[in-house]
Design a protein around this ligand. Structure first.
Ligand code: SAH
Ligand code: SF4
Ligand code: F3S
Length: 438
């Protein structure tokens, strides 16, 4: 049978889809390159905000006519929902007429069996049990080789930020073995992949015996052939000084830290269960900048958390002005069923107020990103080439060490090579330059 897999959500889901591909191939399934040639469509889903849910439901609706046509032709057509929504909504999803299979993030090993049963019997099949142990450590992901590979180093999350659904969709936090991760990165390096991005909901709590995250990242960065190591995300509550020193001291570890802020008011941070005050966050930013000169800082922010006043939103504005992040991902608070916030705090900020706040932060951040990028004009930065620039014929693109997209007139450099680019221009999202040496 031919299986088509679609992926929504974060890099963790991208990584999981690569594991799923391996599991399916070992189970004797063929991977289809389009939905039209598939007997089975699997949708790996995200539950982080309501619009993620909406996207999936409208995608599922598109399968209704396909299912009807396949039924008429006497062929089985299985639509399966995987990932975070599958774990969280379980039976609710079976109410949709096309869905006949559900598998949560810890149940992908069962997929071959579930698909087989769903196709044969036409019955609904479900495995959605969270595990305290599953890390898929023994499964080598099936990847399309590019210049970057995602590598999950841990699964789940124990932080229970009050707004967040992830601890419920992905279960308890558990780390993979350092040996398994190193072996995976070694084989990536042998295959010519120059960059890996280590993934976890809270990488600072990585632990394997006595090895902690700074040991892991240094070990990975030492692997021959690996030119760049990135990671996401650390939690500001437990950012150890030795990790900063490791990042500062290792030429292969990118000087970019994604440090989710979420809010600029200590009262809101407390309601969010983030366990740091704004003073602690700002001290950490100072420490990071002192230890890693030139570091790129990016962040996540939520506007309109329950009870957030105009003054408290103003504190977020002030913090963003003060820190001047290179980039920020800004979201409107979206109440998630089952979370602590949904039980304790009514979603009382009107939609138009959330919209007003997000627009103001977008505008502010755009201006800051532009200013930060313009300050780079005249610098010469190392850029890892990814390929041709999408919307600019005759140009190639890549990322700086600080993860800023950079374009330059093409000299047919191979993807994966590192070149030095002198920056000659900037927009809020992109640097423009010319290659000075490779
Ligand atoms: N574990 C990561 C976050 C993963 S979710 C971390 O802590 O860094 C990515 C981002 O989505 C979060 O940082 C947060 O800003 C946003 N987010 C999570 N739940 C949300 C919700 N209920 N409403 C709006 N944004 C949310
Ligand atoms: Fe969600 Fe907080 Fe865990 Fe991040 S650290 S996944 S925001 S609970
Ligand atoms: Fe990722 Fe969305 Fe799940 S952000 S962890 S796929 S809820």
């Amino acid at each position: 049978m031919n299986v088509y897999l679609e992926t929504y959500g974060c890099q963790m889901n991208e990584y999981d889809s690569q594991l799923i591909r391996s599991i399916l191939i070992s189970g004797g399934y063929r991977l289809a390159s389009s939905q039209e040639e598939a007997d089975v469509v699997l949708v790996n889903t995200c539950a982080i905000r309501e619009n993620a849910h909406r996207k999936i439901y409208s995608r599922l609706d598109q399968f209704r006519p396909v299912k009807k046509a396949m039924k008429k032709a006497g062929r089985p057509f299985v639509v399966g929902v995987l990932g975070c929504m599958a774990q969280n909504l379980k039976e609710d999803l079976f109410a949709h007429p096309v869905v006949s299979l559900i598998a949560g993030p810890d149940n992908y090993r069962s997929l071959p069996k579930l698909i087989d049963r769903a196709a044969k019997s036409g019955d609904r099949e479900m495995d959605a049990y969270l595990s305290e142990y599953e890390t898929y450590d023994d499964i080598a992901p099936t990847r399309v080789t590019g210049v970057n590979a995602w590598v999950a180093i841990m699964r789940g999350c124990d932080n229970f930020c009050t707004f967040c659904v992830v601890p419920y969709t992905r279960g308890r936090e558990r780390s993979r073995s350092m040996a398994g991760i190193v072996a995976e990165v070694e084989s990536l390096a042998e295959g010519g992949c120059p960059q890996v991005t280590l993934l976890g909901q809270n990488v600072n709590s990585y632990k394997d015996g006595s090895a902690i995250f700074s040991d892991l990242i240094a070990g990975v960065a030492d692997i021959p052939g690996i030119r760049r190591v990135r990671f996401t995300s650390p939690h500001p509550k437990d950012f150890p000084r030795p990790l900063l020193e490791t990042i500062a001291g290792h030429p292969h570890i990118c000087k970019h830290i994604h440090l989710p802020l979420q809010a600029g008011s200590s009262r809101i941070l407390e309601l969010m269960g983030r366990t740091y005050t704004i003073e602690e966050y700002l001290n950490l930013v100072d420490e990071i900048r002192a230890c890693i000169p030139g570091v790129t800082l990016t962040t996540d922010v939520i506007v309109g958390f329950p009870t957030e006043t105009e003054e408290e939103f103003g504190e977020t504005v002030r913090v963003m002005r003060q820190v001047e992040f290179d980039n920020a991902y800004i979201f409107k608070y979206s109440e998630r069923k089952g979370t602590i916030a949904s039980r304790r705090y009514p979603d009382d900020i009107p939609p138009d107020v959330k919209t007003d706040r997000i627009v103001r932060l977008f505008d502010l951040q755009r201006a800051i990103s532009l200013k930060r990028n313009q300050a780079r004009i005249g610098e010469t930065l190392s850029v890892l080439i990814e390929g041709d620039a999408e919307r600019k014929p005759g140009y190639q693109m890549g990322k700086t060490d600080g993860h800023i997209t950079t374009i330059f007139p093409s000299a047919s450099h191979l993807p994966g090579s590192l070149v030095f680019v002198e920056i000659t221009g900037a927009t809020q999202g992109t640097l423009l330059g010319k290659v000075v040496h490779s």
